[in-house]
Design a protein around this ligand. Structure first.
Ligand code: NAD
Ligand code: 6OD
Length: 486
């Protein structure tokens, strides 16, 4: 069993209060690690270490030196690729290919790409006229925001944490990171990487614990944290925003989604079925950008429902490393209970259960894990809870539509606005629709593809702000203007 410590000022340390909590495997519900919880005093130590590094060795580096160190972090993650893959598989129970093709490589890229972005960002300047005819030059300089609190969720832990830490460090900030209590392993491993490549002490700190009345709340209320970047539930974002209001701290939020997938009759049928299958069921549906509402043009509705059903029924449940398996469990018993309650609610609301709705048969040694069947419903009104609320599980409701205007209106009739995926061969129509759908990202004939230099974030209740490329610099730096009389 692993013993997972906090990482404060370059050292792995237990919490001052001596408290620990169990990390359980999603596959078996067995305890796989004992995690040292950070109390208020530990969080304070982490924040003060980050402050000191900001004004110490880290703050004294040139941008080139900082960038070289971040390339070193990316290379070291790649060198220790298998360690990260193993840790993330243990934390999440998700298949190896999800780790090796998406989550871990993207973690390394988050350091390399933002090192490149900061190196290439131009600075703004304006020459202005003055009454004496000599003029003045205004130019902007970027300075780090300071100590950034990073609060991460459990669904793609390494990808989502590094996506914040990479740009924050590239911009010269220092960070205190609180990973989810469900997934402490890869963030802790990153502490080893930081030490081995020579990132100065205090630049990257990790505190473990929960949200309310624990490390998360202590961090967001700490007066010496200058900005908070958060990925997680919309409800948690509301609590963090009120903590950040005290002291006027800036926030960047990536929150929940209830995303629409739209399939036109002219789409490449097989590609659309594969695409919607991936967007609804990858990572057992635990992807913020995942599709839980599917709208299919009427002429192909039945054929599409049957094809998606066949694929959902073909998944093979099992361990991440089992070559005969391709499908993992949910993250926790609590999350399984939530998803199962929506499965029951769908039936109460009158859904036709096309497939799933229950717990699959798995080998006896996995029976205590958090397994649920991929589930497809039809026949519900748009007002049904399972059509409106984020479930964050492997499920979707499919409804037929008859026109472009109708489907745009259906896609927009939700409080969230994170992403959409449109499947059609009529690209003129797809571009037209992309401008009308109220989300941060629209995919056309694809899903989960994104260049890290592009803006990422949510509309409506799916978030505040944009990160990615220069947009991350907007959040992780403060711009100051200098005006020189010529
Ligand atoms: P969550 O909001 O429950 O927890 C996220 C993090 O916040 C955890 O580290 C948790 O300990 C911490 N936390 C909880 N309460 C807190 C508080 N009061 N103060 C400070 N910290 C607190 O979310 P989750 O269940 O871990 O993740 C799933 C959610 O994340 C889903 O809603 C999903 O859509 C969303 N998500 C969004 C994106 C995006 O990019 N928009 C990406 C991934 C996940
Ligand atoms: O593409 C990304 O950078 C990103 N943040 C993906 C989010 C995935 C959510 O589960």
């Amino acid at each position: 069993m692993q013993n997972i410590k906090n990482f404060i000022n370059g050292e792995f340390v237990v919490g001052a209060e001596g408290k620990t909590f169990d990390k359980r495997s999603p596959l078996t519900n067995q305890v796989i690690a004992s995690v040292h919880e950070a109390g208020r005093a530990d969080v304070d130590r982490a924040v003060m270490a980050a402050r000191q590094a900001l004004h110490g060795e880290w703050g004294a580096l040139t941008m080139e030196q900082r960038v070289d160190l971040l390339y070193g972090v990316a290379n070291e993650i790649t060198r220790r690729f298998e360690d990260f893959v193993d840790a993330e598989m243990a934390d999440t129970g998700q298949p190896r290919h999800v780790m090796t093709h998406a989550f871990i490589p993207r973690g390394a890229a988050n350091f390399k790409v933002f090192a490149d972005v900061i190196k290439n960002v131009p600075s703004e300047s304006f020459r202005m006229d003055t009454p004496d005819g000599r003029g003045a030059l205004n130019y902007a300089i970027r300075v780090p925001k300071g100590v950034v609190g990073v609060i991460a969720p459990w669904n793609a832990p390494f990808l989502l944490m590094t996506w914040k830490v990479g740009p924050a460090l590239a911009c010269g900030n220092t960070v205190v990171v609180k990973p989810s209590e469900e997934t402490p392993l890869t963030t802790t491993l990153l502490g080893e990487v930081m030490n081995s490549v020579g990132i100065p002490k205090g630049v990257f700190n990790v505190i473990h614990g929960f949200g309310p009345d624990s490390a998360g709340e202590f961090l967001t209320h700490h007066p010496k944290v200058d900005a908070i970047t958060f990925t997680g539930e919309t409800r948690t974002g509301t609590a963090i925003m009120s903590a950040a209001a005290k002291g006027m701290r800036d926030v960047s939020f990536e929150l929940g989604g209830k995303n629409a997938g739209i399939v036109f009759a002219d789409a490449d049928f097989d590609a659309a079925v594969d695409g919607i299958f991936r967007s609804a069921f990858l990572n057992s549906g635990q992807v913020c950008l995942g599709t839980e509402r599917v709208y299919v043009e009427r002429p192909i509705f039945e054929k599409f429902v049957n094809a998606l059903k066949d694929k959902a029924e073909a998944v093979k449940f099992g361990r991440p490393d089992d070559p005969n398996a391709n499908y993992g469990p949910l993250i926790s018993a609590e999350h399984k209970e939530k998803v199962m309650s929506y499965y029951a609610k769908a039936v109460e609301e009158g859904a036709t259960v096309v497939t799933g709705g229950g717990v699959p048969e798995v080998p006896a040694e996995l029976a205590a894990g958090h397994w649920v069947q991929p589930t497809i419903w039809t026949g519900l009104p748009e007002t049904a809870a399972v059509v409106q609320e984020e479930i964050f599980g492997p499920c979707c409701h499919i409804r037929p539509f008859d026109s472009e205007d109708e489907v745009v209106q259906l896609a927009n009739a939700n409080d969230y606005g994170l992403s959409t995926t449109i499947w059609t061969t009529n690209l003129t129509r797809a571009h037209r629709m992309a401008a009308r759908i109220e989300v941060g990202i629209t995919w056309i004939n694809s899903w989960f593809l994104r260049d890290l230099r592009t803006p990422f974030g949510g509309s409506k209740q799916s978030g505040i702000g944009r990160e990615g490329g220069v947009h991350s610099l907007e959040f992780y730096t403060e711009t100051r203007n200098v005006c020189v009389k010529l």
